[in-house]
Design a protein around this ligand. Structure first.
Ligand SMILES: [Fe+2]
Length: 302
């Protein structure tokens, strides 16, 4: 009997078997694992990377890690990358990106309302991140969830004509328009803020179809949040293509809604999944700690 089940039905003792590599995963199949992340050694970390590449989303249940233990786990699994804007950083741990509307020791820490658009983390850099981990620390009393779309499945199901239309094309990804204005930006021109963003994050071109370096899956690589234009075609043609791709990818049948529960720690394959945060209703508190990771593989196989 398998010791793992769908998210919400935690495993008890050990990791589930990897699916046979010759079998393409049927789609986003989140796995819930009751594993004490303080016990993860190098061999288990390698196994978790493989699981994450194949199952796309892992949910570690019942976690009660200190910040230091969370960082230690992340360092086993990959190489943490501090966010390029340091006002997102945890005051003591730059590896931790804080999404929060709750002051810490009376001070504003991190940024509220992050990630409320379809996107892949760091897709506006030449080397997008391999994995994203999110550890909710303060959950709103009402539901909180993250939505995911498996872009490998989307590509598999894309109409052949559209596959043909985008073959060989690249698209430009940028996120300056999601910059969250901070208290110290008062009296600065919007142009100045945009220019500063682009000095730090100039944007990046990626193929519209990338091959995953671990699974070999072809992934439709774009998101309505960050993909701004298709290159090598007219603006009108590019806009029409992106409209068609986003409408196809964001169909309800592709969306997975992952609720947050106390003690959950999420880890997902940031090459394959795009994600979208839910909003926090007015008056509700929310704080989560993200650690973004690189692995040892190139961003894409082709
Ligand atoms: Fe994100």
């Amino acid at each position: 009997m398998s010791d793992a089940g769908p998210a919400g039905a935690p495993a008890r003792e050990s990791l589930p078997p990897l699916p046979p590599p010759e079998v393409a995963p049927p789609g986003l199949t989140p796995q819930a694992l009751a594993l004490d992340l303080r016990t993860v050694d190098d061999a288990m970390a390698a196994r978790l990377r493989e699981l994450c590449y194949r199952w796309k989303l892992l949910v570690f249940k019942g976690q009660d890690l200190t910040d230091e233990e969370y960082i230690a786990f992340a360092r086993k699994v990959g190489t943490p990358e501090p966010y390029f804007q340091d006002h997102y950083h945890h005051p003591d741990h730059p590896e931790i990106f804080v999404s929060s509307n709750v002051p810490m020791d009376g001070r504003k820490v991190g940024v509220a309302g992050t990630g409320r658009m379809w996107h892949a983390d760091y897709s506006f850099f030449d080397r997008p991140l391999a994995f994203t981990c999110v550890f909710p620390k303060i959950l709103p009393r009402v539901k909180r969830e993250t939505y995911y779309v498996d872009m490998a499945r989307v590509y598999r199901e894309l109409p052949d004509a559209l596959k043909k239309d985008i073959a060989g094309l690249t698209a430009f990804n940028d996120a300056w328009d999601y910059y969250k204005v901070q208290p110290w930006d008062i009296d600065r021109a919007v142009r100045e803020l945009i220019d500063q963003w682009h000095r730090e994050a100039p944007g990046a071109s990626h193929p519209l179809v990338v091959r995953h370096p671990a699974t070999g899956e072809d992934i439709l690589y774009c998101s309505s949040g960050f993909t701004k234009r298709v290159e090598g075609v007219t603006a009108e043609r590019g806009e029409a293509l992106l409209r068609e791709l986003f409408a196809f990818a964001e169909q309800p049948r592709f969306k997975h809604c992952q609720p947050w529960e106390e003690g959950d720690l999420f880890m997902w394959d940031n090459r394959t999944l795009i994600h979208h945060a839910s909003s926090v209703p007015a008056g509700e508190q929310s704080r989560s700690y993200r650690i973004s990771l690189y692995d040892e593989l190139p961003f894409r196989a082709s």
